[in-house]
Design a protein around this ligand. Sequence first.
Ligand SMILES: [Zn+2]
Length: 416
Amino acid sequence: MKKSKNILNMRNVSRFVLFLAIVLVIIAGVVLLRGNNDGTETVDEHKSVVTVASGDTLSSLLLNQGFTNADVLKIAGVLKSDADITSLRADNDKIEFVRPDSDSPVSKIVIIPSPWRRIELTCGDSGQWNCENIEIERDTRAVYRTGEILDGDSFYLAGSRAGIPDGILAEVYDLLAFEMDFERDVRAGQHFSVLYEENFSNGKKVDNGRVLAVQFAALRGNVQMYRFRKSDGKTGYYDENGNGAIKSLKRTPINNAKITSSFSRSRKHPVLGYTRAHKGVDFRASTGTPIPAAGAGRVVARGYNSGHGNYVKIRHNSSFETLYAHMSRFAKGVVVGTNVKQGQTIGYVGSTGLSTGPHLHYEIIKDGKHVNPMTVKLPAISNLGRADKEKFLEYKRVLDAGIEQLAKHPDWFIQM
Ligand SMILES: [Zn+2]
């Protein structure tokens, strides 16, 4: 009891203690209620719900409901100024029209542009339309999934088998790619786990939220990452010791691309035939695959030479540069001097220059020297200050205890 009292003094952690208490009592039994709103349906005699279909416009839908062109302009104006809505998305948005009685004009319009937002337009006595933006409360639950790499598996296959949704897997891959070389660190028999959020509305799962924790028992060691909010409100991912897990550069810019040639001081060149250093890493990818910048920086070169073909070079800070070669084409707007974000597409895979087939040749240059992208020590983007680090370690301790429970009871969840 004494221990949990201490924990409750910590702001971030106290919530988790509560979640844990709930976890220990609740076994999730989710009843999925399925709605079926296709086209127009009459919910009761005064309310009809229209699901936006492709080709529908706000004006066509309003005119169908008996509005005049003048009304349509008025309503569109209010939607734009008060709700920042200028168009409807087919198959996603729903509109409700409410009448005081069945043969009166519409007095209230409800637009649902996302599962988490509801816009209510009500007609006032003098014919003006008032707009109210309502945020729909979401019920967020953290769920835990574990998987194992089997013979001949990719991380994606194993993750899908573990029931981890594609979008979450892609995020996990992005995170792990800072620490792991999927080519060399992944073997059959390895275990991994992911704690992530699922968002519910009225007991029905709507979408997935954020990745909260990742663990992968890789060949070079156990990789652990936790999402944590610092006292300045910014969130990031940190390893088990509280060191920043997001590095300034990615070892593998293209997700899930197979390494076809490693960094080496001497290799037989596939085109030239003689032995020379391979100053980068080759990733197999088909022509046209977008090439993301490995880190934020400024484009310092964009051009063509006989060896690299079309290439881009980015300077990230005073010591690191990266180079991307054999591109089929450059991304629009990426020229010398352009500032790029980490993950921003700078060009597309190709086979220009000295190349035997479509691939990305990727180099990391540190203080003017080529280094092995797979092993070079990369600086973290953000590390925790002393106070935040203490909070993090406390948070992690409680989260780990929660994860331990979830590992024993895969159908439980943590109420966020
Ligand atoms: Zn190469």
